[in-house]
Design a protein around this ligand. Structure first.
Ligand code: MTE
Length: 301
């Protein structure tokens, strides 16, 4: 089990809210320093976010390789071997190769990002991730000028992942981003939650987090990252193109064909969860709306 997280956050079940607020302010400052011009606390997450408990984050999951119920991943994902771990980076890069996770982590800085996760199924949570920018890894691999998209692939091991016996999706799970989305400073590869190593059910040891998109874009347990000039296939789009598009930006105005996306059930808020209005781009519009200027977001759903 790889245990690399920012040392000061290590071995802690819960961090009290005051510490979070403090850290959020620190991070806002850091991002402003990068010239992003983002307001302090609003940068880490839309203001007023209270993280869900570690219990909630690790016991209500989608990871179909381990079963389709929300509690299956917590029950079965511990069988996944996450060390050693290698990520193949290939396609249109200057330095293709098999990158050992330890080596990847030795050259990036892991920080905390508190983001809302909005699932396409219309529920949401707030998760304090630890991770590093995807751009830092892509820059290390050297993206070639013709590359336009990034494709991702989840590990597929039948002997460790009982869900692979069922053709729910065309395994392995694959996902993709446009290159500018991948390079955006909000896009991270997460290595942990709550300052602990990533639990298997959340996508250990390395998973994508793109906070303005529906949760299914956040592909888990990544073993391959490929740079390409063609829009890559994505697992849910292959399963049902009408219901799941390539972009999948959180958008309260574009309903799923079978349900409204205007509101979401907040996990953990009361016995049955409370509802809140869904924010355009999940609340990250100030940072990302410009990526889609001039695009018809109803067509490019
Ligand atoms: N990645 C893989 N490989 N398999 C999956 O089934 N589910 C997705 C995404 N990544 C999934 C996946 C969906 S639908 C969501 S909402 C998020 O993971 C859930 O992440 P969490 O369980 O860490 O909250």
């Amino acid at each position: 089990m790889i245990r690399i997280t920012t040392p000061k956050f290590r071995d802690r079940d819960v961090t009290d809210e005051a510490v979070y607020l403090n850290r959020r302010q620190l991070m806002g400052g850091a991002m402003a320093g990068l010239g992003l011009g983002l307001a302090g606390p609003a940068m880490a997450a839309p203001s007023g976010l209270k993280p869900n408990s570690f219990e909630e984050v690790t016991n209500y999951n989608n990871y179909y390789e381990f079963g389709t119920s929300k509690t299956d991943p917590a029950k079965y994902a511990h069988t996944l071997t996450t060390s050693p771990w290698t990520v193949k980076i290939d396609g249109m890069v200057n330095k293709p190769g098999d990158y050992a996770l330890d080596d990847i982590l030795s050259k990036v800085s892991v920080e905390e990002r508190i983001y809302r996760l909005r699932c396409v199924e219309a529920w949401s949570m707030v998760i304090p991730w630890n991770g590093f920018t995807l751009s830092s890894l892509l820059n290390r691999a050297g993206v070639q000028s013709g590359a336009k998209y990034v494709a991702f692939e989840t590990v597929a091991r039948r002997e460790e992942m009982p869900g692979l016996r069922y053709p729910v999706l065309d395994w392995p799970y694959v996902e993709g981003l446009r290159l500018d989305e991948a390079m955006h400073p909000l896009t991270i590869l997460a290595t942990g939650v709550y300052g602990k190593s990533m639990p298997e059910q959340n996508g250990a040891p390395l998973r994508l987090v793109v906070p303005w998109k529906y949760g299914f874009k956040g592909i888990k347990s990544i073993v391959r990252i490929s740079l390409t000039d063609r829009q890559p296939p994505t697992a849910w789009n292959k399963a049902n193109a009408r219901e799941y598009g390539f972009y999948s930006n959180v958008n309260p105005q574009v309903d799923h064909p079978r349900w409204s996306q205007a509101t979401e059930r907040v996990i953990g808020a009361g016995l049955f969860g409370s509802r809140r209005e869904t924010d355009m781009f999940n609340g990250y519009g100030d940072e990302v709306a410009s990526l889609y200027a001039g695009m018809d977001l109803k067509k490019n759903y």
